[in-house]
Unconditional design. Structure first.
Lengths: 284, 294
């Protein structure tokens, strides 16, 4: 039962990540792959505050984690959004891997061994279900917040900026500030997801936030349907749940982990060939 | 610490260490030049190249030449298959670059997971010992591996230059990289050019992985880091400038080598990613050295 709850919590957290990433890449058209590093910034900020500043309440720590992710995203956006397309993709990769190197080498973050002993905010037999309720509510809030943003007048402006930036600028709108705002909102949500992750799992390792995490979140968005409100939810559920099916075979870890990876990647490759627009997406 | 002999030693070691990275970068840069794609599937091909040679040497007990041949056949074969049944399919559909990025990255991950399942995650080397005999020349230690690396990289670059400059096939690659549609109007097959490029890159990857695998341990995940160094070299050299990318790789290796005089070795990767970030922001078209015109 605990295992299933943990999977459900992971799905909720990844739903936040995928939905917020969808806002950045799907609606905003900003091709970055650095989303996991904002997840990491939120997680590490929350984890470090929980360990070293015990008087701040958990909600405050998560909010501060979000704020740290927003600040970092504005710093990246201010410089990197001057370039676009492939260049932005690679620049964001450099930013992500550089910060990961910092996390791996700084002593106060736990170095390559990771940050452990993050205190649990909820104890007892209801810990799992309560966390699931909190993470599920946060995921729902995130999905509907993204939906509300993109369906309103601001969303139409975002679409116009993405599709015709030159015309958008010619109409007197500031594309750069809009890009930074979208980026900051998306990354702030990712930071919040990181805070929830830190409190639930009580352990953070830098390797969780590497380029493979980027590929995983990107895949959830694309497979679910980029630029659709509920596509990332479907992507997160599908790509996290299906590889877990073989857990019940109780294979040795040396076989289990790569086999789950193979199932995950084969699923993605199949979808890329058979339904490139995603499950909920329109015609490719 | 700053004695000439020490500085010369660091210079030589930096140049020699850059050899496999030069080969990887040239393969990556050539692919980007001709196909216009950031082909991250090359990290999967790197894994195939190394583990094919490793299996041939240790599993089958074959001699080095046969191991290299097996590595070459499997890596170039994989590159060709990826081009024909993967990239071309997405090209025909008119997929955007993000789709290519996801496809190549996920395909690499798939290959790496399969290799992890077969070979495990322990570091492996091509030879029992990674120590190679050393000669002292003018106070500088030069190992056999250094000589092999530098000679192999120099030969591969010269061969590629000759191929691009003096053969029709090479000139077709240049034509397709300049304008694929126009090249096709003149009867040059872009698809053929893409496939030839895939095979050439495969050969560069095999040579690089031989050098890397005979100098240190390789784990299935190593190629993901290796391909990033190729990306940085490609960007620094400038997109479409294959031989400048090779120089950029040497420059990066030298920076990393000399950085040990000032910073700990654990920060060297940070230096590399800092270069990647700064290069894109400051020199998105690569660093161009101009000598002026007479």
């Amino acid at each position: 039962m605990d295992y299933l709850v943990t999977i459900a919590v992971l799905i909720a957290i990844y739903t936040i990540l995928a939905s917020s990433y969808n806002l950045v890449i799907g609606y905003g058209g900003l091709s970055t792959v650095a989303h996991p590093i904002f997840f990491a910034i939120g997680a590490y900020t929350t984890g470090l505050l929980a360990v070293h500043v015990p008087f701040i309440p958990p909600v405050g720590n998560v909010v501060l984690g979000m704020a740290a992710a927003v600040v970092a995203s504005v710093l990246l956006a201010g410089s990197a959004l001057r370039v676009s397309g492939d260049y932005l993709l690679i620049a964001s990769l450099g930013f992500q891997l550089g910060l990961l190197q910092l996390l791996k080498n700084l002593e106060f973050t736990g170095g390559p061994g990771g940050l452990s002993a993050i205190p649990s905010t909820i104890v007892g037999p209801m810990r799992g279900p309560l966390f699931l309720a909190i993470c599920g509510a946060a995921a729902l809030a995130c999905v509907f917040a993204v939906r509300t943003i993109v369906n309103g007048p601001y969303g139409r402006a975002i679409s116009a900026m993405r599709d015709e930036e030159l015309a958008f600028t010619a109409l007197g709108r500031n594309a750069m500030s809009m890009k930074i705002a979208i980026f900051a909102i998306g990354c702030g949500m990712a930071g919040g997801a990181g805070g929830l992750y830190a409190y639930y799992f009580q352990y953070l390792s830098p390797d969780q936030f590497d380029v493979l995490a980027s590929a995983a979140i990107l895949t959830m968005v694309v497979l679910g349907g980029m630029g659709t409100a509920f596509g990332p939810v479907v992507g997160a559920i599908l790509l996290l749940a299906i590889p877990q099916a073989i857990t019940f075979l109780q294979l040795p870890p040396a076989i289990m982990a790569p086999t789950q990876g193979i199932i995950f990647t084969v699923l993605v490759l199949l979808f890329l060939y058979l339904r490139p627009s995603g499950i909920l997406g329109g015609k490719a | 610490m700053f004695e000439p002999v020490i500085l010369l030693q660091i210079l030589w070691t930096g140049i020699a260490t850059s050899a496999p990275f030069v080969l990887l970068t040239v393969g990556f840069s050539l692919t980007l030049k001709v196909t216009g794609l950031w082909n991250f599937a090359q990290s999967g091909q790197m894994a195939i190249a190394f583990y094919a040679m490793f299996f041939a040497l240790h599993g089958l007990g074959l001699p080095l030449v046969a191991a290299l041949a097996l590595g070459g056949v499997l890596t170039c074969g994989a590159a060709w298959l990826i081009e024909v049944y993967g990239l071309q399919v997405f090209r025909d559909r008119g997929s955007d670059n993000l789709m290519f990025f996801i496809f190549t990255l996920i395909l690499s991950e798939f290959i790496i997971y399969v290799i992890t399942l077969i070979f495990g995650t322990e570091p492996e080397t091509l030879y029992e010992s990674i120590l190679s005999p050393v000669d002292i020349v003018g106070g500088i230690a030069i190992s056999d591996w250094d000589k092999t690396g530098v000679a192999l990289a120099a030969f591969a670059l010269a061969a590629l230059y000759g191929f691009m400059r003096y053969t029709k096939e090479g000139q077709f690659l240049a034509a397709v990289s300049d304008n694929a549609k126009l090249a096709e109007l003149y009867g040059i097959s872009a698809q053929r050019a893409y496939r030839v490029t895939a095979v050439i890159s495969g050969l560069f990857i095999v040579a690089a992985m031989y050098l890397i695998g005979s100098h240190g341990g390789v784990v299935p995940n190593s190629p993901l880091e290796l391909v990033l160094s190729a990306v940085i070299g490609t960007l620094l050299g400038g997109i479409g400038r294959v031989f400048a990318a090779a120089w950029a790789s040497i420059f990066l290796a030298l920076i990393q080598s000399f950085s040990i005089l000032f910073i700990g070795s654990r920060w060297q990767n940070l230096l590399l990613y800092g270069f990647l970030f700064a290069t894109i922001l400051l020199f998105p078209r690569g660093v161009r050295l101009s000598w002026g015109r007479r």
